[in-house]
Write a protein that binds this ligand. Structure first.
Ligand SMILES: Cc1cc2nc3c(=O)[nH]c(=O)nc-3n(C[C@H](O)[C@H](O)[C@H](O)COP(=O)(O)OP(=O)(O)OC[C@H]3O[C@@H](n4cnc5c(N)ncnc54)[C@H](O)[C@@H]3O)c2cc1C
Length: 242
């Protein structure tokens, strides 16, 4: 039977800056039931006058007991994300409901090679999968293709720089490539996915996440490369972006 989701109090424990515009937030959620990599939560904010608003945020890591982690990008003029990235402080409380989602998930018992394709903050649930793989000691080969505007937008930079057996990462810079980069800046192409991904013959499970435009473009490219539609799982975060 499906568990009924209810709103739970979540107290901010710690924040970590990822970039100038994004930060990771670690919340204590007493009684957290656990979750699977790729799932998300709904976050509800309530103003003093009783006005409430809610948004979805992916879980960025496996749960650590009652502790969960999100990574939020500030959307200019947004209602919720600037609060989470600039205002909320350790000790403050919000409400969370979840975990939500049963399709865009990766479990360590899955044996197929994995192709992760993330644009901007779309890398968040993919990072949860990378961390779940590491925590489980899984040897399933992973490839991550991470599309971002420029180097300064890179989340989890130190963690992703550390070599990890069986995890290959390709960065695609859309606005400014680092000095000396072989690939000029530009949106993700067929060649990027052909070189940084798995051949369709390997039948990888593909997870694509980012803005709606990014997800549609990347999923179309994967289909063109011959990947089976039922092996391409997508999660759309919002209207625009990288
Ligand atoms: C399943 C799911 C998981 C998500 N996980 C994450 C996550 O892990 N990290 C994260 O940062 N965001 C994530 N998002 C996006 C998040 O839910 C919000 O949409 C985002 O934070 C903007 O909310 P806001 O209230 O700040 O902006 P709003 O007030 O809703 O919008 C302000 C303006 O920004 C535009 N906009 C809205 N969303 C986006 C967006 N994603 N990108 C660019 N422009 C946008 C709107 O069209 C509007 O013009 C997720 C969305 C979904 C559906």
């Amino acid at each position: 039977m499906r568990r009924r989701l209810t709103w739970q109090a979540a107290r901010l424990h710690e924040v970590r800056d990822e970039t100038a515009t994004a930060r990771s937030l670690v919340f204590d959620v007493p009684g957290w039931p656990g979750h699977v990599a790729g799932q998300h939560v709904d976050v509800r904010l309530t103003a003093e006058d009783g006005y409430t608003t809610q948004r979805s945020y992916s879980l960025a890591a496996p749960a650590d007991g009652d502790r969960i982690e999100l990574t939020v990008e500030a959307v200019p003029d947004g209602e919720v994300s600037p609060y989470l990235t600039e205002v909320i402080e350790p000790g403050d409380q919000i409400e969370i409901r979840g975990p939500v989602g049963g399709w865009f998930v990766w479990r360590p018992e899955n044996e197929a090679p994995v192709m992760l394709v993330g644009g901007g903050s779309g890398v968040v649930p993919l990072m949860a999968m990378i961390r779940a793989r590491r925590q489980a000691g899984s040897r399933v080969p992973f490839r991550l293709l991470y599309s971002l505007r420029d180097q300064d937008r890179r989340y989890y930079a130190a963690e992703l720089r550390r070599p990890e057996p069986g995890l290959d990462i390709t960065y695609v810079y859309t606005r400014a490539a680092p000095p000396g980069a072989a690939r000029p800046a530009g949106r993700i192409t067929l060649a990027d996915l052909a070189e940084g991904g798995w051949p369709a013959d390997f039948a990888p499970d593909c997870y694509v996440c980012g803005s709606t435009g990014f997800v549609e473009a990347a999923a179309d490219l994967l289909l063109t490369l011959g990947h089976a539609p039922e092996r391409i799982r997508t999660e759309r975060f919002g209207p625009t972006g990288d």
